[in-house]
Ligand binder design. Structure first.
Ligand code: ZN
Length: 136
């Protein structure tokens, strides 16, 4: 019986929904979907320069699981680079420590205002988007 996948912990949702190729005309790109835990593994290891032990602790997974996620993430990114494919951040099994929102008026990002009445701390707009499950 396959083991049930536990949610991987993630600090915050990505600031963008993905990346598009440039310099290719008249051809619709074949999208490459990067799971959120794959995005987080690349962020922690290649952007924050943590080692695999540290990243596994932050994501609340075993080191072999992290290694597997990271290898798959790199394979996907390399395929997208070489084949000229858009990368779309979508899917995966992650949990966030806080609720994250984006303001549709001024584009500010903020977490857990801790109020029933959620509004942007920058411009006070109530036109906000809940980000935690906007990548599913
Ligand atoms: Zn705002």
């Amino acid at each position: 019986m396959p083991r049930k996948k536990r949610a991987r912990k993630m600090l915050m949702p990505p600031t963008i929904k993905g990346l598009s190729v440039t310099g290719v005309r008249g051809r619709k790109s074949n999208q490459m979907f990067l799971l959120l835990e794959e995005y987080e593994a690349i962020r922690l290891l290649d952007y924050c320069m943590l080692n695999q032990e540290q990243a596994a602790v932050l994501m609340e997974i075993s080191r072999p699981t992290l290694t597997r996620i990271y290898e798959e993430a790199r394979r996907k990114v390399a395929t997208a680079f070489v084949e000229g494919r858009d990368i779309v951040f979508r899917g995966g099994k992650v949990k966030f420590e806080e609720n994250w929102y984006s303001c549709n008026n001024c584009k500010a990002r903020f977490s857990d205002p801790g109020k029933a009445d959620i509004h942007c701390p920058e411009c006070k707009s109530q036109d906000v988007e809940f980000l935690n499950d906007s990548f599913t």
